[in-house]
Design a protein around this ligand. Sequence first.
Ligand SMILES: Clc1ccc(Cc2nnn[n-]2)cc1
Ligand SMILES: [Zn+2]
Length: 261
Amino acid sequence: TGHHWGYGKEDGPSSWYKNYPVAEGNRQSPIDIVPNEASRDRDLGPLMINYDHCTSINISNNGHSVVVEFNDSDDRSVIKGGPLDNPYRLKQFHFHWGGKGHEGSEHTVSGKGFASELHLVHWNAVKYKTYGEASTAPDGLAVLGIFLETGDDHRWLHMITDVLYTVKYKGSITDFKGFNPKCLLPSSLHFWTYLGSLTTPPLHESVIWIVLKEPIEVSEKQLGMLRMLLFTEEEDNQKMRMENNFRPPQPLKGRRVRSSN
Ligand SMILES: Clc1ccc(Cc2nnn[n-]2)cc1
Ligand SMILES: [Zn+2]
């Protein structure tokens, strides 16, 4: 199966190019977003997020992050508008975060990192039959990125942090039904958008990135719950805390970042 990769010294982002040469490609993610270099594009319409009928299925620890999966067998939860020519179906969301007191977002804004970053992964089910097929196509995926900054408790994030103890170890999965991620959205849907890639191997250059400008606030306590997860399996006697699971910004290589109006 695929090569082993991680976020450690030996298997981390600076070594991924050895097994995944596209790591040095021309549309890699994340990037540092410089707001006053982003161009306002008049034909960028508003983002439309329709998660009303969406329901989560399960929550799991895949050894890289904590992931909530959704039923993507129909168009019950889609995003459209903004830079997108088709509706894109929600498949899963997951987080990237840092260590105690360290930043952990993947995108940065004028060099500033945030404590964490939530990614909602969607795929173009109009043009492609499966997520797998879409994940290798240049317009196959749309990932909605939302920054998390430390502040007050997030009233709905508790639904997730309260069950993290059930997925402490790599390979654990439990039922997680009825969670609607619209409760994790900030009040403004203003965004930056650019063409990029998955930020973990296989690093496919198949992502239309939509990064919301307004962060959501979560408490240090809630972030600390993410850090009690482990990269390692239950039977592994090495207990490696899951933290700093983020890829640093990659070269822009002449790409244009657009801003919503
Ligand atoms: Cl389905 C899937 C594939 C890759 C990743 C990793 C990632 N790529 N871009 N942001 N996160 C998350 C979910
Ligand atoms: Zn991600």
